[in-house]
Design a binder for this molecule. Structure first.
Ligand code: PMP
Length: 449
């Protein structure tokens, strides 16, 4: 049966997912932080369906709510009202600061960012948008103009005048290796301190200003930033950098957009939203992934003023956006995060996990940097700590495969795909972290032998 699946995949499905593992996994079942294959082998899911299954696979409460809604009403389209949508809107707006109160419901992060881009342009009456080198904001034609990381960089001409201006060299991050566009040689920067104590802020601000002054036309429509870059390999900004960048954008009439697709819903532990960790208030917040625990759902939240600017130019319509299933599930996810204290768990277990993985740096020459916040952690693999060259892709692939074969699923990121990404469901426990660290250590040892 497995070979038949591989055959069908090869012939009838997009090749992308077949490249993740040498021997792809065929999954049959999920329960909270565990996944099971056809033979009943279990895997600790430390990537949660790419940072998405926020409260656990098939969480009993979310399942019960979904089943109830399934037998009551699936779909109406967004031109009708239905209670799950209004209940959800009220709940979501209650956890966002004023004046972020107007909610647009969509189905994916790319769609949410597309809409945010339209809002920024409608509100500012300008076209230029800035995003960072290494950013990932989606895969739609609009958002591909903002995305600039690893395999997702595209040479397909992005039409509709949607090419965003990338800020040159912002942002290289603590180890630099993941963020240099062209040559790994350029990646060597002698600062290996954690982002918070990194002295790089002023340098990045200078580069940011230069981009604003030289590559952006007179006015700017908007600026997109992930509070921590996810796909780029968990890259953090120096303290205070985002706050100053927001100010510079606003001075030029631009709108600031926080892309919380990965960082929202308590993942970072100390705060519910990633932007709060930077002490900034965005004009638009986009969210997806963890919002629906795996059910397709996304949202854009903005101010009444920006919502009005959009309405002047566009009758926004989305057939599936805000459908009863998604909204009922979204409400259940918010309740579970609160009832099960998952944000607090993310903070406590995340801090524990960061320390545990960081210890591996002393043990293994190829573990270059371990960084992150809450349950969003990156382990950057290098040839050695002196050169800080990225570990060759085939070697990273092997370690990744070893982990999977030993029952641990983790993710990858960075321009050279050299950073392992760890982002489990927020319900994981310390013993599970111990298990994951031991498996990762064994996978490294097996690779060295
Ligand atoms: N923004 C960020 C920060 C993301 O990580 C992603 C997905 N990796 C997206 C947007 C796009 O979301 P989607 O795949 O749901 O379109």
């Amino acid at each position: 049966a497995y070979n038949r699946v591989l055959e069908i995949h090869k012939q009838n499905l997009s090749p992308v997912s077949a490249e993740y593992f040498q021997k792809p996994l065929l999954l049959h079942q999920g329960h909270m932080e565990w996944l099971f294959d056809a033979e009943g082998n279990r895997y600790l899911d430390f990537f949660s369906g790419i940072v998405t299954v926020s409260v656990g696979h098939c969480h009993p409460k979310v399942n019960a709510v979904a089943q109830k809604q399934l037998s009551r009403l699936w779909h109406t389209s967004s031109v009708f009202f239905h209670p799950p949508m209004h209940e959800y809107a009220e709940k979501l707006s209650a956890i966002l600061p004023e004046p972020l109160k107007v909610i647009f419901l969509t189905n994916s992060g790319s769609e949410a960012n597309d809409l945010a881009m339209l809002m920024a342009r409608a509100h500012s009456n300008s076209t230029d948008i800035i995003s960072f080198r290494g950013a990932y904001h989606g895969c739609s034609p609009y958002t591909l103009g903002l995305t600039n990381v690893g395999p997702f960089k595209t040479s397909i001409p992005s039409g509709m005048n949607c090419q965003a201006t990338m800020c040159p060299d912002v942002f290289r991050g603590p180890w630099g290796g993941s963020h240099c566009r062209d040559s790994p040689v350029q990646t060597i920067r002698k600062c290996s301190c954690a982002a918070d104590c990194c002295q790089a802020k002023d340098q990045y601000i200078e580069q940011f200003k230069e981009t604003l002054n030289t590559t952006v036309a007179k006015s700017i429509a908007g600026f997109f930033a992930e509070p921590i870059q996810g796909v780029n390999g968990v890259v953090q900004y120096p303290k205070g950098f985002l706050k100053e960048a927001f100010q510079l954008v606003r001075e030029r009439g631009g709108v600031c957009i926080a892309d919380e697709v990965q960082t929202g819903f308590g993942r970072l532990g100390s705060h519910f939203w990633g932007f709060q960790t930077h002490d900034v208030l965005p004009d638009i917040v986009t969210m997806a992934k963890g919002i629906g625990n795996g059910f397709p759902m996304a949202a854009v939240v903005t101010t009444p003023e920006i919502a009005k600017s959009l309405a002047k130019h566009l009758f926004h319509f989305n057939t599936f956006g805000g459908n009863p299933m998604a909204c009922a599930i979204g409400s259940a996810v918010l309740e579970v995060i609160k009832e099960d204290s998952l944000q607090e768990n993310s903070q406590e277990v995340g801090t524990y996990m960061l320390l545990k993985f960081a210890n591996l740096r002393d043990e293994f020459e190829i573990v270059g940097d371990v960084r992150g916040k809450g349950l969003m952690i990156g382990i950057e693999m290098v040839k050695d700590k002196v050169s800080r060259q990225p570990l060759p892709r085939e070697e990273v692939n092997q370690i990744h495969e070893n982990c999977k074969d030993m029952g641990l699923l983790i993710g990858r990121g960075g321009i050279f795909s050299q950073t392992f990404r760890i982002a489990p469901s927020l319900c994981i426990t310390k013993p599970e972290v111990d298990f994951a660290v031991e498996v990762f250590r064994s996978a490294l040892i097996e690779h060295m032998e």
